[in-house]
Write a protein that binds this ligand. Structure first.
Ligand code: NAD
Length: 253
């Protein structure tokens, strides 16, 4: 009999941590990784949302533990993640969007986006990489965006934070590769989630976004989770330092 050639997208028996897992893309990633065989740690600030995600993961036969924590709280992140024995997959997903023109940008919105999207992503990746370094294996999947590679009026800081994720992904991929750790990113276009639902349904904003997507539709959460599970899995064993765009062709123009 010949050896199988098709690599597996299953992650049976592996342990994954997803940040921002209470709703939207993070929730979808957590449940999909459970369906692919992983046991989960789900992190978010809102405990009631996490209770629902834990129940859905247990329904598919995997275990889930909630971590109620703000990703920008370094001490809390180190304490919670430091208690985890084994971590094979990190989906570094928590992020916020505060659209504003440069002239109207408030210092609070500037600070909050930098805190969560940049500082939070680094603190979580750092704590996860410490465990993965001990194991000499692991994969980190960061959540970028179309706006990690394209500019967007009235979103300069959000776009800048996602460009930060692109640079962070490439550099940590190079640094951590000798330690057996892969780092990659996913770059979604406008995805219909609680973060974006109202904006996508606004005729002016939603219409403009839609006109820039060659495939002519907004993304659904399932469009993103497939890319995340692929990058987390043995099927992506040599994929590191790159972003898998899930943007209907936007960034190809
Ligand atoms: P969402 O608002 O629907 O969900 C975000 C989740 O992150 C929530 O569970 C929230 O509680 C959690 N969260 C927010 N700040 C946090 C913090 N400081 N600490 C811990 N948890 C925190 O958002 P979403 O649309 O699912 O977006 C998820 C990620 O995908 C973000 O990084 C976002 O930038 C990125 N993204 C989204 C889209 C889109 O169109 N929805 C497109 C490209 C990229």
């Amino acid at each position: 009999m010949s050896e199988p050639v098709l690599p597996s997208m299953r992650v049976d028996g592996q342990t994954a941590l997803v940040t921002g897992a209470g709703r939207g893309i993070g929730k979808g990633c957590a449940i999909a990784l459970a369906e692919a065989g992983a046991d989960l740690f789900v992190m978010s600030r809102t405990e009631s949302e996490l209770d629902e995600v834990v129940a859905q993961i247990e329904e598919v036969g995997r275990s889930a533990q909630k971590i109620v924590c703000d990703v920008s709280d370094g001490a809390a992140i180190r304490r919670h993640i430091g208690e985890i024995d084994r971590l094979d997959i990190l989906v570094n997903n928590a992020g916020i969007l505060r659209p504003s023109s440069l002239l109207d940008l408030s210092e609070d919105d500037l600070d909050d986006m930098l805190q969560v999207n940049c500082r939070g992503a680094v603190l979580v990746a750092q704590a996860a990489a410490e465990i993965m370094t001990r194991q000499e294996s692991g994969v980190i999947v960061n959540m970028s965006s179309t706006f990690g590679v394209n500019g967007r009026a009235n979103n300069s800081i959000y776009s800048a934070t996602k460009h930060f994720i692109e640079g962070f992904t490439k550099s940590t991929a190079v640094e951590l590769a000798p330690l057996g750790i892969r780092v990659a990113a996913v770059g979604p276009t406008a995805i219909d989630t609680p973060l974006t639902h109202d904006r996508l349904n606004d005729p002016e904003i939603g219409g403009d976004l839609l006109s820039r997507i060659p495939m002519g539709r907004f993304g659904q959460i399932t469009d993103v989770v497939g890319a995340v599970v692929f990058l987390s899995s043995p099927a992506a064993a040599l994929v590191s330092g790159t972003t898998l765009m899930v943007d209907g062709g936007w960034s190809a123009q």
